[in-house]
Design a protein around this ligand. Structure first.
Ligand code: OVM
Length: 414
């Protein structure tokens, strides 16, 4: 595997950190860190506004303000060298780069505009009633079962059904969506064992995704078809349309699924917060926002310097990878009151769970909508949720969530 060899052979050329910059042997991708990263984030945040991670030869920022500063300066901190550890200028990416995520203006501006139009509030509004109907079916089924799995019966099932339908991919084979996303998000980290194992077990997922992105395999009215219609209109090329369908399938499933699972876990662990939501299901929107802040699905990614610059007083060379810990920024006590307190009544807006700046999640409105509808429906119909045993955490280099969550639900009495 050419990519992995390149990764392994580049080890000794790391630049040395600047004197006075806190330097750590810390591995953000170690399983013990991924299990509960927040104590480690605190260590990084308190060490200074910028730190050096020896193992990967990267600078890292973990405070709210420094994360925002990097993300909102795309001219200095670019995405076209990849938003993972791999530098696309010098190393081969595992797949063809995304034409919206892994590009800079002006290329980015064009593809982003197409997404913005297709995912407009008006377009999303049309989907509301079908999303609601699906959520009701799934929550009713959970209540019927009594003992169910919050991930399999809702967090997983709901986005796979409604977002899969919204894009317009075949119902057959959607089980490939999650393994493919797992690969995409592992690939933003190092080529560690987790990455290698994921790649080795990927099986037919990539092929299924590639086929699903072709025009003839998409339903006539979904986002996929609209992307091809944008190509017909001359806004993008037909090849670009297929690539943007791939983006929806890469970025749109694991993320929303894990966020919904994180919502259920935190509500299960905090019965007082569940009670607030259950007694007022209109809190669903604020609850999702607080979940995005308190237990961000997306933990970290990178930018790459386009020139020599200075960050938090530290001189950076050109082509320097900078790791951005967004889940840490969302727990920074410099920005948040009692950040380690899960509080569905707080104003969690301004959290960077969807990133920030020109690359801030293009799908964030539909993601919020899915989360809100699922939680609102659950809160309207369910009296109590009780976690039965420990939820099963999924380990991935970039995103954090659960694959199974046995729970008991009881119906509200009407
Ligand atoms: C893409 C892509 C993949 C993963 C995540 C993402 C967070 C985008 O293929 O464009 O955004």
């Amino acid at each position: 595997m050419k990519f992995q060899q390149q990764f392994e052979s580049r080890s000794h050329s790391y630049p040395v950190p600047v004197e006075g910059v806190p330097s750590f042997d810390f591995d953000p991708y170690a399983s013990e860190v991924l299990r509960d990263p927040y104590q480690y984030y605190e260590m990084l945040r308190e060490a200074g506004p910028i730190v050096w991670l020896e193992r990967y030869g990267v600078y890292a920022v973990a405070r709210y303000d420094s994360v925002r500063n990097v993300l909102t300066d795309p001219e200095t901190y670019c995405s076209s060298a990849g938003v993972g550890l791999t530098n696309f200028h010098t190393e081969e990416p595992w797949r063809q780069p995304s034409i919206i995520l892994e590009v800079d203006p002006p290329e980015h501006t064009k593809t982003r505009a197409v997404f913005t139009r297709i995912l407009s509030p008006r377009a999303l509004k049309k989907l509301t009633s079908t999303f609601e109907a699906q959520a009701e079916l799934m929550v009713d089924r959970m209540i019927e079962k009594g003992v169910c799995d919050g991930v399999k019966d809702l967090a997983d099932a709901f986005p796979i059904k409604v977002f899969g339908d919204a894009v317009g991919v075949p119902a057959e084979g959607r089980e490939h969506l999650l393994p493919y996303g797992d690969m995409v998000f592992n690939a933003f980290g190092p080529a560690n064992d987790r990455f290698k194992e994921c790649l080795a077990n990927l099986g037919p997922a990539t092929e299924w995704i590639t086929k699903a992105c072709q025009r003839e395999n998409l339903t006539p009215n979904g986002f996929g078809a609209e992307l091809y219609a944008a190509a017909d209109a001359g806004d993008i090329s037909h090849e670009d349309a297929g690539m943007l369908v791939r983006t929806t399938l890469s970025a749109g499933l694991d993320t929303t699924i894990f966020t919904m699972g994180n919502a259920l876990v935190n509500l299960g662990r905090n019965p007082d917060q569940w009670a607030l939501l259950r007694d007022d299901p209109t809190r669903a929107r604020a609850t999702i926002e607080e979940v995005l802040r308190f237990d961000s699905t997306f933990h970290s990614f990178y930018r790459t310097t386009t020139r020599e610059t200075e960050l938090e007083g530290v001189p950076l060379k050109k082509e320097q990878k900078v790791l951005v810990f967004i889940a840490s920024a969302n727990r920074d006590p410099r920005h948040w009151v009692e950040p380690d307190h899960f509080d569905v009544t707080r104003k969690a807006t301004g959290n960077m769970g969807f990133g920030a700046g020109i690359h801030g999640c293009a799908g964030q409105m539909i993601a919020r909508m899915e989360g809100e509808i699922a939680l609102r429906t659950l809160a309207s119909k369910v009296e109590s949720i009780e976690l039965l045993g420990e939820p099963v955490l999924h380990f991935n280099n970039t995103v954090r969530g659960y694959t199974s969550m046995p729970m008991r639900v009881t119906a509200k009495r009407h």
